[in-house]
Design a protein around this ligand. Structure first.
Ligand code: SAM
Length: 235
C-alpha cells in the first residue's frame, strides 16, 4: 500500500518542489507514495476569503483562523482516516529519526503548514493536531518544514533506497552519529585514506567505524552521547 501525504497550505505551489527530484521523485513516479495539496484559502467563507485575523488580546502579526483550517482538515481527512495529523510548529516536539521511522511505517500523514504568527489554538485541540518542530529556529512558514519531514520519511519507505541496509547504519539509528566516509582518490591534497579502511580486514574496519562514531558523538552531541551511554537511545 502506498504512503499517502496530504499537505494543507496557503502555498500549494511550493509542492512537490524538491520532492519531485532524485529518490523521492522516482519513488512518487513509481507509486510508492503520493502527494496531494489542499489550498486552505478555498475553505474560507467570507467575501475576502480571509484565513487570518488579528490576535485576540492584541499584539503584532496575524493568526491563522480556526474555522477555515478546520473545514480544510475535515475535507482532507474523511471519517475513519487514521493517518496522523501533524502541524509543523517551532513549539512542537522536535522531529527525530525514531518518529520519522514510525511515520514511514504507517499509511501516510496529513500535514498542516502554519503561516503568520501561528494557528488558533482551538483548531489544534479540536482536530487533535500533533505539533512537530524541525529545529530550534523560526521559519516564515511550515512549508519548508513539511518538505523536510516528507523527505526524511519517503527515503525510508520500502523500495526507495537502492541498498536497503544503508538506512539502518546511519546517524541517529542506534543513537550515534555516523562515522566519516572516504572514497577515491587514495590521496587527496596530501591526505590519505586511513589505512584500516584499505586493509580488507572487516572486523577491524567495523571496530574503527564504531570508535569514530562514538568519538564524534561524544564531541559534537553530548545529549545523544549521554543517552547512548545510559542505554536510553530512542529506537
Ligand atoms: N510566532 C511563532 C513562534 O514564535 O513560535 C512562529 C510562527 S512562524 C513565523 C510561521 C509558521 O512557520 C509556523 O506556524 C509553523 O507552521 C512554521 N514554522 C516555523 N518554524 C518552524 C520550525 N522550526 N519547525 C516547524 N515549523 C515551523
Amino acid at each position: 500500500m502506498s504512503f499517502r501525504a496530504t499537505v494543507l497550505t496557503l502555498y500549494p505551489e511550493m509542492f512537490p518542489g524538491p520532492l519531485d527530484l532524485s529518490l523521492a521523485g522516482r519513488a512518487r513516479a513509481a507509486g510508492i507514495w503520493s502527494l496531494e495539496t489542499v489550498q486552505i484559502r478555498d475553505f474560507a467563507q467570507d467575501r475576502h476569503r480571509s484565513v487570518d485575523d488579528t490576535p485576540a488580546g492584541g499584539g503584532a502579526g496575524m493568526v491563522m483562523r480556526a474555522d477555515a483550517l478546520a473545514r480544510a482538515i475535515d475535507r482532507a481527512a474523511a471519517p475513519g482516516d487514521e493517518r496522523p495529523r501533524l502541524l509543523m510548529s517551532p513549539r512542537g516536539r522536535p522531529l527525530t529519526q525514531a518518529r520519522v521511522r514510525a511515520l514511514a511505517a504507517g499509511t501516510g500523514a496529513l500535514i498542516v503548514c502554519g503561516r503568520f504568527e501561528g494557528v488558533d489554538q482551538r483548531v489544534i485541540e479540536a482536530r487533535d493536531l500533533e505539533e512537530v518542530s524541525i529545529g530550534d529556529y523560526v521559519l516564515s512558514g511550515g512549508e519548508p518544514a513539511a518538505l523536510v519531514l516528507l523527505d526524511a520519511v519517503v527515503r525510508l519507505l520500502p523500495g526507495v533506497m537502492g541498498n536497503e541496509t544503508s538506512g539502518t547504519e546511519e546517524s541517529f539509528e542506534g543513537g550515534l552519529l555516523e562515522h566519516p566516509h572516504y572514497t577515491r582518490p587514495p590521496l587527496f591534497e596530501g591526505r590519505p585514506i586511513p589505512d584500516v579502511l584499505t586493509s580488507g580486514n572487516h572486523r577491524r574496519i567495523a571496530e574503527w567505524r564504531r570508535q569514530e562514531a562514538e568519538r564524534l558523538t561524544a564531541e559534537r552531541r553530548p545529549d545523544l552521547w549521554a543517552a547512548y551511554t545510559k542505554g536510553e537511545t530512542e529506537q
